[in-house]
Write a protein that binds this ligand. Structure first.
Ligand code: FAD
Ligand code: NAD
Length: 485
């Protein structure tokens, strides 16, 4: 029987973005209906960040055995990997985090949680199962799904995506991966380290195309040294079952016919926003090719409906979905897009979001990098620092790495990219700097603990002043001042 609900806020999708909005609004005393059609926690918890990082951690542990000799410890070249136990480890990590995202927790916060797929049936009405919900405001946070490219034969082979890969309890003997983006690259290293042969196929000239090519080169060096076969300019066009029960892929490599056969296939060829079955026409919500159209307040073309996170087709990261959630809380509940509630106003500035690919070494980025600065015709001074110049990196044999930062007029920090151990953590202060328009003197004026990798940032910052500080002119001034000794 149909049940009608009237509420202040209706959130569709209980993933990274939707859960943050629902929790914030409920804790501020608003009536919230939260609708989730599949698993609470969305992609990040169940099929994305959490299981992928847990799998990478298992791979890293296996690699530690192989690399032990550097530290004077007998290496184990072929550590025994119990794939079913690795699966259990991954799912135990999900289980440990799950309570934060659970239906019980959100009901405890006062939300009405409905476990159905939702669809707009009017500009201010949504239907989900037997429920019809009318609300003052709606937030669409329905995320994205794996994009499976239209390809001859793909339907007839048993391919894996990020939605099925973490359920596997057996090691693939040879994993073929279509796509050299973050999913493809992270899974390539995790599986290689867990004992699989891996071939990574990327149609473009470089894997990780959004990152600094020089720093990507350092990641590639590590991946190939570990035995991952990387084929760039390799456009996969056709798939078929191979005679030995695996999968064969065919296409072109550098314009020439190309084929490769493996035991399993992972498709990591990008994402598509989840908006197709939402009844957006009934709600007057417009879309573009990659997702739902929003203005800089995260409002759709229907001003009472907001959209956040992956479904908007912008930067698809958990921290961006969380940031969008903060913006809509500010805009819907506080109605103050121009006031600062720790967010520098309620207008979207997600171009300041960092991203990290959690390979070993990690590759992290925020703001402008060299290719982007050149494309935008922005002038900059480049500062660089090598991990090999850092004492802690030496102590831990983590010397392969580099920081590159772009400094604009009057020393303003425009962007930073770091490849190396813990780059994802090292990017934090640079993200703070980019978000707040800080100058490079913010780094030189601070003291970093010795011996830590954080000194790499400080030394890079110091390098900005080196040419002026140790110039002939400065030497002359110091010489003159010495007369007052
Ligand atoms: C393998 C992988 C690794 C990743 N690693 C990282 C990482 O390390 N760091 C990072 O920042 N990001 C990572 N991401 C990206 C991150 O997972 C997403 O950016 C993030 O989950 C987006 O949050 P969201 O709220 O927009 O969508 P989601 O978290 O996907 O939530 C959307 C929810 O909406 C539900 N839904 C969809 N349609 C409906 C409907 N009609 N009715 C009701 N419910 C609906 C879905 O079931 C889902 O639960 C990774 C992604 C993948 C695939
Ligand atoms: N560490 C992280 O933060 C992290 C990790 C994983 C995913 N993510 C998020 O998920 C998003 C999706 O990741 P992704 O790796 O699936 O997508 P992506 O779009 O970043 O990369 C897909 C790659 O597949 C290639 N490709 C597509 N079709 C092909 C074909 N037929 N043959 C050969 N190559 C082909 C594309 O050229 C592209 O480089 C990321 O952009 C990111 O936002 C983030």
């Amino acid at each position: 029987m149909t049940q009608k609900i009237k509420t202040d806020l209706c959130v569709i999708g209980a993933g990274s973005g939707g859960l943050s909005v629902a929790a914030g609004a409920a804790m501020l005393g608003r009536k919230v209906v939260l609708i989730e059609g599949h698993k609470m926690g969305g992609d990040c918890l169940n099929f994305g960040c959490v299981p992928s990082k847990a799998l990478l951690a298992a791979g890293k542990t296996a690699q530690t055995f192989r690399d032990a000799q550097k530290y004077g410890i007998a290496p184990v070249n072929d550590p025994m990997i119990d794939y079913s136990a690795v699966h259990d480890h991954v799912h135990s990590v999900i289980a440990a985090i799950e309570p934060n995202d659970s239906q019980e927790r959100f009901e405890g916060l006062g939300c009405t949680v409905i476990r159905e797929f939702a669809k707009f049936t009017g500009p201010r009405e949504v239907t989900a199962g037997d429920y019809v919900i009318s609300a003052k405001h709606f937030v669409i946070s329905t995320g994205s799904s794996p994009f499976v490219p239209p390809m001859e034969g793909l339907d007839s082979v048993p391919y894996i995506t990020n939605e099925t890969i973490f359920d596997r309890t057996e090691r693939p003997s040879h994993l073929l991966i279509i796509g050299g983006g973050p999913i493809g690259v992270e899974m390539a290293q995790a599986y290689r380290r867990l004992g699989a042969e891996v071939t990574l196929l990327e149609r473009g000239p470089m894997i990780m195309p959004k990152d600094d090519p020089e720093l990507v080169g350092i990641v590639i060096e590590h991946l190939t040294k570990e035995g991952i076969r990387i084929e760039t300019n390799a456009m996969v066009e056709r798939a078929e079952n191979s005679a030995d029960g695996g999968v064969s892929l065919h296409g072109t490599k550098d314009g020439q016919p190309f084929s490769v056969t493996g035991s399993h296939l992972l498709v990591a060829a990008g994402r598509k926003a989840n908006f197709e079955n939402l009844g957006l026409e009934a709600a007057g919500v417009e879309t573009h090719q990659r997702g739902i159209k929003v203005n800089d307040l995260m409002q759709t073309s229907n001003k009472r409906i907001y959209a956040i996170g992956d479904v908007t087709g912008g930067r698809q990261f958990t921290h961006v979905a969380g940031y969008h959630a903060g913006l809509v809380i500010q805009n819907i509940l506080f109605k103050t897009p121009n006031l600062t509630f720790g967010l520098k106003g309620g207008k979207n500035r997600d171009h300041i979001a960092p991203w990290v690919t959690y390979t070993d070494p990690e590759l992290a980025h925020v703001g402008l990098n060299e290719p982007l600065a050149k494309e935008l015709n922005v002038s900059y001074t480049l500062i660089e620092w090598e991990y090999a110049e850092n004492d802690r990196a030496q102590a831990e044999h983590a010397t392969s790495g580099k920081l590159k930062a772009l400094i604009g007029k009057k020393g303003k920090i425009l962007g930073c990219s770091i490849v190396g151990k813990n780059a994802g953590d090292l990017i934090g202060p640079w993200a703070l700097a980019v978000a707040n328009g800080l100058k490079i003197s913010a780094f030189t004026g601070s003291i970093m603990p010795y011996p830590t990798l954080s000194e790499i940032s400080k030394r890079a910052a110091g390098a900005y002043y080196t040419p002026t500080l140790f110039s002939k002119k400065t030497q002359r001034i110091v010489g003159l001042l010495s007369s007052f000794d």
